[in-house]
Design a protein around this ligand. Structure first.
Ligand code: ATP
Ligand code: MG
Length: 267
């Protein structure tokens, strides 16, 4: 059974794309058929795997507007089992162009439905906002993975995210659950980082992944050469951490529904 996971946090620069790209790569290296769908007009997911989205004929923009199928947009990444549906800047217009469209929140869910069985994992990288593109991702997903920076303001804004998740669950997608909170950019030299992790664990209990992603130079360099860190620096701490996260995430039993298994936000 395939798992569809939105990687989201409306804060900018918290490690959504880094986590999406590297977790996909690590799951693909475990032999899982993995697709990364980019819902962010910045197009960083594609650049992270060495694809220049500007050079493509079809991107997620055409898919959302209904002029292309998702399968027309999917590209190989050069890593076995890891495919990507890229986005680029033009998609920022979709948020406005879809305003009057019928069931505009469900465009991505309808686009994914015909291909869902081809993959074990479909990750959706969200933009740093809670707008229509993110709502499409939350409506298409069953699970949510929230990267949280090990920084002082980490929890700020999470309340709003949880509120929006509740709204999407009530109105559009009753099956939606937050299945994983991943602590990222952990700096072991600061006491603050450890305190933030402890704080988030107190709030969210076992939904916080055991594996914590360290802040490392290799992780920030990897996108500049268009490779996941697992390829760019396979023995680095960042690569090891994302491999461990992939194993942990793979072992998490997919939630049966919002009221069963790992609970939803209202638990
Ligand atoms: P946006 O909201 O703009 O989409 P994002 O949440 O997707 O941002 P990323 O692009 O993944 O965030 O990361 C922001 C920056 O931090 C990037 O330059 C990235 O290379 C760097 N970065 C992410 N994770 C780490 C890490 N663990 N260690 C060091 N640098 C990191
Ligand atoms: Mg991003």
């Amino acid at each position: 059974m395939s798992r569809v996971i939105a990687v989201t946090n409306q804060k900018g620069g918290v490690g959504k794309t880094t986590t999406a790209v590297n977790l996909c790569a690590a799951l693909a290296e475990l032999g899982q058929r993995t697709l990364l769908v980019d819902m962010d007009p910045q197009g960083n997911a594609a650049t992270g795997v060495g694809i220049d989205p500007r050079g493509l004929g079809t991107s997620m923009y055409q898919v959302l507007l209904g002029s292309a199928d998702l399968s027309d947009c999917i590209q190989a990444t050069g890593i076995d089992n890891f495919a990507i549906a890229p986005a680029r800047l033009e998609m920022s217009g979709a948020e406005i162009e879809l305003v009057s469209a019928f069931s505009r929140e469900l465009k991505l869910r309808h686009a994914i439905a015909p291909i869902v069985d081809r993959y074990d994992y479909i990750f959706i990288d969200c933009p740093p906002s809670l707008g229509l593109l993110t709502v499409n991702a939350l409506s298409a997903a069953v699970e949510i993975l929230v990267p949280v920076q090990c920084e002082y303001y980490a929890l700020e804004g999470l309340g709003q995210l949880l509120h929006n998740v509740d709204m999407v669950r009530d109105g559009l997608n009753p099956a939606l659950v937050i299945s994983a909170i991943v602590m990222v950019m952990f700096d072991a030299r600061t006491r603050l980082a450890a305190e933030v992790v402890a704080d988030v664990r107190r709030h969210f209990g076992d939904r916080v992944c055991r594996v914590v992603i360290p802040r490392t130079v290799r992780l920030s360099e990897a996108p500049s050469v268009g490779q996941p860190v697992t390829v760019y620096a396979p023995t680095s701490r960042g690569a090891i951490a994302y491999h461990e996260l992939a194993r942990e995430f793979h072992q998490l039993s997919p939630p049966a529904s919002a009221s069963g298994g790992r609970e939803g936000t209202t638990a």
